[in-house]
Design a protein around this ligand. Structure first.
Ligand code: BTN
Length: 332
């Protein structure tokens, strides 16, 4: 356990390590190098955050329930990452985690800063669409990345985040998640997560990039009504059971750090094959809205630099860096 962690985090970890058992007050005090009154003070702090802790005059303290909140003490000690989420900001409510992260970035917040909210009042999706963010249902997260890169490469970081999420959904939940280029996550043709990338550049390099990631986790069908191009779904709807958001967030941040580091060290080539394998559009005829025109053709794969290769009806291969897929053969 890291000594630099706040004492009530350390206390929580000790209680969590003894499920269904009482931990004696004097032993806790000794382990945490505080007085028994100090232990009591930190127990009160945990209770105020929503943890149910039973007290027994002789036996001590027992953790009974943990709140379904993405609190730092529940997430950060589990991360085992080098930089991702080390600076972790948890908000009960915010307009948009991306707007909050943009403000932090302007103040010089470090690489890997994570902003998470339980609810957003003005969650934003791509193309000025709103992102439904009801309280405690989803994961609404913004990640601040400060790796300098040519602005053209920045959208690939969002693809890497999509890849990390798809891998977690496959490996830990058995869900058949795929990526609709560039970074929508679909499960059985329904959208379960999306990514909004926003950046600021300094001359020819990015100064920072914010990846805003919205995951529909425990939403019920009535909470996903809207004028969506793709019908929306949630992980709970697909699994027919609620999911532990804390666990999913930890798994995602770990996977993202590993995949992003591979991308930074090895370039797009390091993740290209995995992205092709996870793609919902390769080999299919698609229509892509780019800039001011619509292009239709067969999606062939990615270039070594990460752009999409599209074979159009006139037999030419078009290279597309940025666009929005508006139609996929065989989809809705
Ligand atoms: C999309 O598919 O259109 C992108 C959706 C991105 C939503 C997330 S939720 C967290 C972050 N904050 C926002 O306001 N938007 C992103």
């Amino acid at each position: 356990m890291a000594q630099s962690q706040p004492t009530h985090w350390q206390l929580l970890q000790i209680l969590q390590a003894h499920p269904g058992a009482y931990c004696a007050g004097p032993a806790l005090a000794a382990q945490l190098h505080i007085t028994r009154t100090g232990v009591w003070k930190h127990i009160r702090k945990l209770r105020a955050a929503g943890y149910t802790i039973e007290t027994h005059p002789k036996a001590g303290y027992q953790l009974v329930t943990i709140p379904d909140l993405l609190l730092p003490e529940a997430i950060v000690p589990q991360l085992q990452t080098v930089w991702c989420g080390k600076n972790y900001i948890h908000l009960s409510e915010v307009d948009s985690t991306n707007d909050y992260a943009l403000r932090l970035a302007a103040q010089g917040a470090p690489h890997g800063t994570v902003v998470v909210a339980e609810q957003q009042t003005r969650g934003r999706g791509r193309l000025q669409r709103p992102w439904l963010s009801p309280p405690r249902r989803g994961i609404y997260l913004s990640l601040l990345l400060t790796t300098p890169m040519p602005p053209q490469q920045a959208p690939q970081s969002a693809q890497v985040a999509a890849l990390a999420l798809v891998k977690v959904l496959h490996h830990h939940y058995g869900l058949p998640a795929v990526i609709k280029w560039p970074n929508d996550i679909l499960i059985r043709h329904r959208k379960a997560a999306g990514i909004l990338a926003e950046m600021q550049t300094d001359q020819d390099l990015t100064r920072f990039l914010i990846l805003g990631i919205g995951i529909n986790v425990n939403h019920q069908p009535n909470e996903l009504q809207g004028p969506f191009r793709y019908p929306a779904t949630s992980l709970a709807m697909e699994m027919q059971a609620p999911l532990a958001r804390q666990q999913l967030l930890v798994q995602f941040l770990r996977q993202f750090e590993a995949d992003y580091q591979r991308f930074v060290d090895g370039g797009f080539a390091a993740v290209g094959a995995e992205l092709e394998a996870a793609s919902a559009i390769l080999g299919k005829t698609v229509t892509i809205h780019c800039d001011k025109e619509d292009l239709s053709g067969k999606a062939l794969g990615f270039t070594a630099q990460g752009a999409l290769r599209l074979l159009t009806g006139d037999g030419r291969e078009q290279i597309i860096w940025v666009g929005d897929v508006t139609r996929v053969e065989g989809d809705f």
